[in-house]
Design a protein around this ligand. Sequence first.
Ligand code: G1P
Length: 303
Amino acid sequence: MQVSRPFRTAIVPAAGMGTRFLPTTKTVPKELLPVVDTPGIEMVAAEAADAGASRLLIVTAPGKDAVVAHFEPQPELESTLAARGKEALAAKVRRAAELIEVATVTQDEPKGLGHAVGCAGDALAADEEAVAVLLPDDLVLPSGVLTRMAEVRARHGGSVLCAFDVPREQISAYGVFDVEDTADPDVKRVKDMVEKPPADKAPSTYATAGRYLLDREIFDALKRITPGAGGELQLTDAVALLIAEGHPVHVVVHRGGRHDLGNPAGYARAFVDFALAHPDYGPALHNWLAERLTWTGSGVRGA
Ligand code: G1P
């Protein structure tokens, strides 16, 4: 099914303090940490642009100006590189600025993901009926799930989220869906949604994975929720409120891969995975890793 321009704006909440990456995040926003050589937020911006978004609306916080600066042109650096014949590097410098238009809204206080997304509501044009939300901690692979989500919205209306089937022992880290089947095994209707339930109370093992295609009604719901899990205003709770009021919500179950850049362990995996796939660095890293895994003990040998 061809869906033309299902949304124009992609909201990227990037106001968090990145405490799990201290001390690096004293000065470097976690969204700019490189996956091999490219910041995670540039990868997410490329995904949004590929899915048809023309504007990235970054929810930022005081002190994180470098995130937006990454999407601004650097003409001096580009011309220096071009003058030295390093055209491929100049193209890498240009890419972020050329991908998508970037705008920002500021979240002054860390009151949760629901609050962060709510801060973006007034920045939408009156005719924008739906908006995408991409959490920059989550890399969903291969890219393209937003396009499938837009097809599902065209068919069923309402809002569409991306779900992953995760092991039950990990489920309490996520927003979790209570679902029923549709004719398509990869599309489920959502009956309810709960943020970070204990594993034995989780209604399923289908977890929210950082990709949302939301009807603009979400902004009204976000104004009506009260603090939930962790004392924060949760996006999950606003989606649950919409469902309770009869708004159709579906998930696309993504059967591909996912990386969580939000903590050092997940970030390390993502870095290694992308480095292994890199034509220049992959083969040597592969050989080194294979040897490294034969070492006994846990010390960093030769450091
Ligand atoms: C957020 C959402 C949660 C979702 C998760 C995906 O949680 O609140 O519903 O499952 O992202 O990564 P966080 O990881 O910020 O605690």
